[in-house]
Design a protein around this ligand. Structure first.
Ligand SMILES: *[C@@H]1O[C@H](CO)[C@@H](O)[C@H](O)[C@H]1NC(C)=O
Ligand SMILES: *[C@@H]1O[C@H](CO)[C@@H](O)[C@H](O)[C@H]1NC(C)=O
Ligand SMILES: *[C@@H]1O[C@H](CO)[C@@H](O)[C@H](O)[C@H]1NC(C)=O
Ligand SMILES: *[C@@H]1O[C@H](CO)[C@@H](O)[C@H](O)[C@H]1NC(C)=O
Ligand SMILES: *[C@@H]1O[C@H](CO)[C@@H](O)[C@H](O)[C@H]1NC(C)=O
Ligand SMILES: *[C@@H]1O[C@H](CO)[C@@H](O)[C@H](O)[C@H]1NC(C)=O
Length: 273
């Protein structure tokens, strides 16, 4: 067999494995509902939410990012979704489908809701979330466990993250504002894999500022932890919400820019494809 044919066969095999073992699998992380309202008085608003969610859902195949509104005046609802830069259109669609179901079930009669999956995020609100100031409570989830070699881990991660902030913001990437990188020797036996992404509706400097604030928030609160999840309202001056998290094997940040960092040990490496 020629090398070429061999490559095709191998790729098909990997493709098949992927299909069998991780076909369109999506991973729910967290949802957050605020501004609970009176059902009776807000039926019309809820109708608009439902309409918006179906609209977002219908646009999820082939778009990684989409924003939309539904209704008018005080019943107007603003929504958007963002799929991670490396997921297929099928995964994106499934993830947004699940997101809409999740919010419908878990956040009815709320005027401001957001749901995160590893593969996507979806949010709606009664005020414009496309470019307005946000005040949400800071939320952290960090593991008790820390990596053992904190100094080396910290340094590797820090170098990696700073490089990726600039790459995501100014690297003219495809998809926009999307960057990944890794450090296989990142801190005493664990490899670190990072992925960062901003929503495409902001510009490079905003993306950079947002991601930098995310890095700062991480360093302040969850540095060296093997598992943590952070949602924060940073970038306040620019009125951007940052949501970020770190998980064991992978950590993730969202600004309305959005980014992820994966930290994983060698043994678990196969899990990330
Ligand atoms: C909701 O609004 C309706 C109509 O204004 C009112 O009758 C009802 O008492 C309110 N319910 C609550 C829980 O406030
Ligand atoms: C999406 O957001 C941009 C601002 O970032 C805005 O100009 C545009 O009108 C929005 N699209 C819809 C359909 O609301
Ligand atoms: C509602 O939230 C819970 C977690 O609190 C989650 O397990 C469940 O799947 C969500 N519902 C839907 C329809 O996704
Ligand atoms: C959103 O809803 C809350 C609660 O009903 C209300 O206080 C706020 O003024 C609304 N915001 C806008 C922009 O309509
Ligand atoms: C980790 O690195 C950052 C950036 O280099 C630094 O600001 C911070 O103090 C370090 N933390 C520890 C615990 O070494
Ligand atoms: C990026 O957007 C912000 C806010 O819209 C604006 O103030 C800034 O000048 C823009 N920067 C560049 C380089 O276009």
């Amino acid at each position: 067999m020629s090398d070429h044919a061999l490559t095709i066969v191998s790729l098909s095999f990997i493709g098949l494995l992927k299909l069998v073992f991780c076909s369109n699998s999506i991973h729910y992380i967290h949802h957050y509902c605020s501004l609970e309202v009176n059902k009776t008085q807000n039926a019309a608003f809820q109708d608009n939410v439902d309409r918006l969610l179906s609209d977002l859902s219908s646009k999820s195949y082939g778009n990684r990012f989409y924003n939309s509104t539904s209704g008018d005046n005080d019943k107007k609802v603003y929504g958007l979704f963002l799929c991670r830069g490396d997921v297929s259109p099928g995964v994106c669609r499934d993830c947004i489908d699940d997101s809409t179901k999740n919010l419908k079930q878990n956040c009815t009669h709320n005027k401001d809701s957001i749901v995160w999956y590893e593969e996507c995020m979806l949010r709606y609100s009664n005020h414009s979330i496309f470019a307005t100031e946000e005040e949400m409570p800071w939320r952290y989830w960090c593991s008790v466990n820390k990596v053992s070699n904190t100094d080396q881990f910290n340094q590797s991660l820090s170098t990696l993250m700073n490089g990726l902030v600039d790459k995501a913001a100014f690297g003219n990437t495809t998809p926009p504002f999307f960057a990944t990188g890794d450090d296989k020797k990142g801190g005493g036996g664990i490899s670190i894999y990072c992925l960062m992404q901003c929503t495409p509706d902001i510009n490079g400097s905003e993306c950079q500022r947002c991601l930098k604030a995310a890095v700062g928030g991480y360093q302040e609160t969850c540095e060296g932890r093997t598992w943590s999840m952070i949602f924060s309202p940073s970038c306040q001056e620019e009125g951007r919400t940052i949501h970020m998290w770190l998980l064991q094997r992978y950590c993730a940040w969202f600004c309305l820019a959005y980014w992820l960092i994966y930290v994983h040990d060698r043994n678990a490496k196969e899990m990330i494809m």
